[in-house]
Design a binder for this molecule. Structure first.
Ligand code: 5AD
Ligand code: SF4
Length: 477
């Protein structure tokens, strides 16, 4: 069965829609209870996330609903219900999903009750849906990014149908508040402040799969953060594809800097982060607010993408190399202890070794604390896909050259902290060595140190003893 419920629900307001979804949670809950009786145990579910922080937050929303309807959350894909929250920003993310689906199918053959669902950005691509309908018939439920708030309703439909349910919307204006959320960490949380993107960088598929930019009402954002703080959260990350254009489309427009001023006032909240900033929209007002703030972390993620003005123009980034450098210099001058991190793409159509030299020049001058370097991935439907592609060998050569400079400069920057004592939020037990705890400094650098588990979730001073490239070994003081 293929359904498309876009028209029915788009007419509702947020509060009505929340009520409607809560009713579906009860109905889905009845099916889960019935299943529990058959199995003689509580059914399990597993939410697997691919991609960015926005997807991680969406997965917390999916988990909240699954828990509410009676499932027990697990990390094991052997569960009775598995959902993949997918990413499509680069093709390798898509390939990983296809690869892992085969394994899910073999698990499903052993468990006749098992249900498999797919959602997220990859599902907004028509070619993906065609491929799944043809080659992955065992999938039970597919939906996209715009109707994730209807997950309870879709779950109910899945229980009531024997065939694949597909519900993909092209876009939406709807923002539905107050649905259940199951957080991964008790002490920190992401918060969506806006959805979608209007920038249309020529390589990027995000505007096509996440739709047009929509800002959440500031009152709803503040209310959500206050509730999180009351529930033990000390650090938040405000999430949006381009947070610097927050508020432009609100009935009463406000700037991102103004929103930050309001968030800063929330008592009990200790740290504020945000992601991602587009350089073209980063205002002096924002730099000022960051400079004056006691809570905004000393970290700015400022994607460069390329250091060549010629390539930046083809990418439709709307800034030049010189403008970016001037902005970075101004930020470093105003907030000297800030860490700047970035994203860089190598191999964009038409990029020459000389263009890569320009990018390397920016990396050396800005001295990034960390940089995520990506090989350009051709995304169907984007303007760059129709441009002449760079030979693989040339891309690889440029990528290796850039990576070396990125690693060397990042190490130099991170080393500057050696011997200082700085506050870290303790995030958990070290994954490799369970005698160590892992904490995060305000500037986003990671530090591992010996300590008791009771410190998890606390902000404590740590002495930075030994720099190991991107992270530190430290000591409690
Ligand atoms: N190919 C490679 N990297 C990409 N990004 C976005 N689209 C592509 C693409 N088609 C990178 C950008 C962005 C990050 C989230 O992913 O650097 O900032
Ligand atoms: Fe993609 Fe550019 Fe929007 Fe970022 S700002 S999501 S790179 S289109």
């Amino acid at each position: 069965m293929i359904q498309n419920s876009q028209q029915i629900t788009e007419k509702m307001n947020s509060a009505e829609e929340t009520k409607r979804q809560l009713a579906f949670m009860e109905r889905a809950g009845d099916y889960v209870e019935k299943l529990a009786k058959e199995l003689g145990r509580r059914p399990t579910c597993c939410v697997t996330t691919f991609g960015c922080q926005m997807n991680a937050r969406d997965s917390e929303k999916l988990s909240g609903i699954l828990e509410k309807v009676g499932y027990e959350l697990t990390d094991d894909e052997d569960a009775d219900f598995v959902i993949y929250n997918t990413c499509t920003v680069r093709d390798n993310a898509n390939q990983r999903v296809y690869g892992r689906l085969g394994h899910l199918n073999s698990l499903k053959k052993k468990n006749p009750h098992k249900k498999i669902a797919l959602c997220g950005c990859m599902m907004q691509e028509p070619s993906v849906i065609e491929k799944i309908k043809k080659s992955y018939r065992f999938v039970d439920l597919i939906f996209g990014t715009h109707n994730i708030y209807k997950f309870a309703e879709l779950l109910t439909a899945m229980f009531e149908s024997d065939s694949m349910i597909i519900d993909i919307w092209q876009d939406t204006d709807q923002i539905v508040e107050d649905l259940p959320v199951e957080r991964k960490y008790p002490f920190k949380s992401g918060i969506n402040i806006m959805f979608g993107c209007n920038n249309f960088c020529s390589y990027c598929i995000v505007p096509y799969v996440r739709g047009r930019e929509r800002s959440r009402n500031p009152k709803d954002i503040i209310k959500e953060i206050e509730a999180l703080v009351a529930d033990g959260v000390v650090e938040i990350m405000l999430l949006g594809q381009n947070v610097n254009s927050y508020g432009k489309n609100l009935e009463e427009p406000m700037t991102f800097a103004q929103l930050l001023r309001e968030v800063e006032k929330i008592e009990g909240l200790e740290r504020i982060r945000f992601m991602t900033s587009h350089p073209k929209d980063l205002s002096d007002e924002l730099i000022q607010v960051m400079k004056e703030s006691k809570k905004i972390c000393r970290h700015l993620h400022l994607p460069l993408q390329s250091g060549s003005t010629r390539i930046l123009e083809k990418m439709n980034r709307r800034y030049t190399k010189e403008q970016y450098l001037a902005l970075a210099e101004k930020i470093r001058r105003e907030i000297p202890d800030i860490a700047i991190t970035t994203d860089i793409i190598v191999g964009f159509p038409g990029e020459t070794p000389e263009d890569v030299d320009e990018t390397i020049d920016v990396v050396k001058r800005v001295q990034y604390d960390n940089a995520f370097t990506f090989i350009y991935s051709k995304r169907t439907g984007t303007p760059a896909a129709a441009m002449e592609q760079v030979p693989e060998e040339t891309v690889k050569e440029g990528f290796d050259r850039l990576l070396k400079v990125v690693q060397d400069t990042a190490r130099e920057r991170v080393e500057l902290l050696q011997g200082q004592t700085l506050e870290a939020l303790v995030e958990g037990v070290n994954e490799q060595d369970d005698s160590l705890l892992t904490g995060r400094l305000s500037n986003n650098t990671i530090v591992h140190f010996k300590g008791e588990k009771e410190l998890i979730g606390k902000i404590i001073p740590v002495y930075l003893k030994e720099c190991h490239g991107f992270y530190y070994l430290g000591e409690l003081v």
